[in-house]
Design a protein around this ligand. Structure first.
Ligand code: HEM
Length: 508
């Protein structure tokens, strides 16, 4: 009898809960509808599916990825449908945009309505807790820990870049001729990042076997390739995993643990400089070793691949544009002096434009996503003229592709897909509207979560380019290497976009 009584109480409670949830959903929908109507929102054009639930979208993406032309596919979708579009992806509605005004809303004006969505869950097995995966006060705490390290007075004298670039040059000299620079840049940026953030470089360019760099690099790449597949499945990310993924994550963790061990057990008493060392701050500001490891992996991921990709694409483009290379050489020669510092690099005007133009065509993080934690509005892209605001219901995923935005002819001119650093001296269409000028070029993101390592990365890249051009009077495209239209070459997209066949360069 008592049992029956409890059951009916429980049933009533469940029923009440269900009714409450349904009425809440109805209320929210009504509310959404009223907000959308009062703001004049209209739907964005829909990317057409050929198969139910948008299964064909997933097939297309996986196929394009295997063929190393994923960015080409995304670019095609925007050109076919519009700069802001709606799509059904595995049965769920999602939005994509490459509209500067919408990016301003997403990344800055409506920042409080936008979150990272499933990013933490998707990346957690590899990244753990750190600046990329956190939100709210934990994210602020991580940003506060890294900020003093990345103030430019910490690297103004360029000292931190010297040893790694010397090791890079040594490697090139020893290779006697044709070198895959991309491979070397990934090692160099690892060496710079570990030296700068953790107080001691792993010197992977000097002795890759000893540092376990290859195991780390392979594991890092394997783990990232799983993570990107998990991203593509959005809420169904957990379908992708398994033994290889777990082993790769373990290897990455072991590498980070070694860095922690080596640096914390090091005798710091003879450290001559008073420089801020991020690892020491992390040790003080983290609850335990797991928390430290998370912070280290997040920053390694931020600093290594992104800058290595920028450098690789720069040389990929330079050897295919010899006139730009020559002009760059004379710009560098004009400003060169002994005791070079960050300001000298910044005064090399053409060098800065070459880097800017490379990041326009090949932004290291080509695609990014956010999720609406509250219903929100994107200011433009809806209706027949695609100018009306677009309503974004709570829980929707919004992807943005700076790679595609940076190739818009209406922002960068009819030759937007051509590598031409001089365009930055001209009056491009992007400058005719202040929002476009500010939000139409975003290799480092914008708003409160803008890349905190931007100046460091630009200084590192500029210094490396100057050193290589100064040391090697001849830097050419090797015979037999393909020259294709920009953007048609095979690209490897993980979280970053690199060159599938590497960056082969002839130094003879
Ligand atoms: C060319 C090189 C680089 C590019 C293109 C780049 C780009 C970006 C982008 C697009 C984001 C935003 C990611 C997001 O919010 O989803 C970001 C965030 C970040 N970057 Fe960079 N980055 C570069 C180099 C670096 C370096 C060298 C460091 C540090 C040594 C660094 C540290 C960070 C950190 C800590 C964040 C997270 C900021 C936050 O969420 O508050 N980046 N970067």
């Amino acid at each position: 009898m008592v049992h029956l009584y409890l059951t009916s109480t429980t049933l009533s409670a469940i029923l009440a809960f269900v009714i409450y949830r349904i009425s809440r959903v109805i209320r929210e929908r009504k509310n959404d509808h009223a907000i959308a109507e009062s703001h004049g929102c209209l739907p964005a054009p829909r990317l057409q599916n050929q198969r139910p639930f948008g299964v064909d979208r997933l097939e297309q993406i996986f196929r394009a990825d295997t063929e190393s032309r994923l960015m080409e596919l995304f670019l095609f979708h925007f050109r076919q449908t519009g700069s802001t579009l709606e799509q059904v992806f595995l049965g769920t509605k999602a939005f994509d945009t490459i509209e500067p005004a919408n990016l301003e809303a997403l990344l800055s004006t409506n920042f409080k309505d936008i979150g990272m969505g499933p990013r933490r869950d998707i990346t957690f097995p590899m990244f753990g807790d750190g600046i990329f995966t956190q939100e709210g006060s934990a994210w602020k705490h991580s940003r506060d820990m890294i900020r003093p390290q990345l103030m430019h007075k910490q690297y103004e004298d360029l000292e931190v870049f010297r040893q790694p670039t010397d090791d890079l040059i040594q490697n090139i000299v020893e290779s006697e001729g044709i070198v895959d620079l991309q491979e070397l840049f990934f090692r160099m940026t690892l060496d710079v990042t570990t030296a700068f953030l953790f107080g001691e470089s792993v010197r992977s360019l000097k002795a890759p076997e000893k540092t376990g760099e290859q195991t780390f690099a392979d594991a890092f790449n394997t783990a990232q390739s799983y993570i990107i597949k998990r991203y593509r499945l959005l809420d169904l990310y957990w379908l992708i995993g398994g033994k290889t993924f777990r082993k790769a994550c373990d290897d990455v963790h072991n590498f980070a643990d070694q860095i922690i061990e080596r640096n914390l057990s090091r005798d710091h008493s003879d450290d001559s400089s008073q420089k801020y060392v991020f690892l020491d701050a992390v040790a003080k500001g983290s609850a335990d070793r797991t928390a430290m490891r998370g912070q280290i992996i997040n920053i390694l991921a931020a600093g290594r691949d992104t800058t290595a990709c920028l450098l690789s694409w720069t040389f990929f483009l330079l050897v295919r544009h010899p006139a730009v290379m020559e002009k760059l050489r004379s710009d560098i020669a004009k400003h060169m002096r002994s005791g070079l510092n960050r300001n000298d690099l910044r005064s090399m005007d053409y060098l800065q434009k070459v880097i800017k133009e490379t990041l326009r065509l090949y932004p290291s993080l080509p695609v990014n996503t956010r999720t609406a934690i509250n219903s929100t509005i994107l200011p433009t892209g809806g209706g027949p003229d695609r100018k009306s605001p677009v309503f974004i219901p709570k829980g929707s995923a919004i992807a943005y592709s700076v790679y595609s935005m940076h190739r818009r002819p209406d922002l960068y001119g009819m030759d937007a897909e051509i590598f031409r650093p001089e365009r930055w001296d001209e009056d491009m269409p992007i400058n005719q509207n202040s929002i476009n000028a500010k939000w139409g070029y975003l290799p480092f993101n914008g708003g409160p979560r803008i890349c905190i390592g931007m100046d460091f990365a630009l200084t590192e890249a500029a210094y490396t380019i100057v050193q290589l051009l100064q040391r090697f009077p001849s830097i050419k495209l090797p015979e037999g290497e393909l020259v294709e239209l920009v953007g048609v070459e095979k690209q490897l997209t993980t979280l970053v976009v690199s060159i599938t066949n590497g960056c082969k360069v002839d130094f003879r």
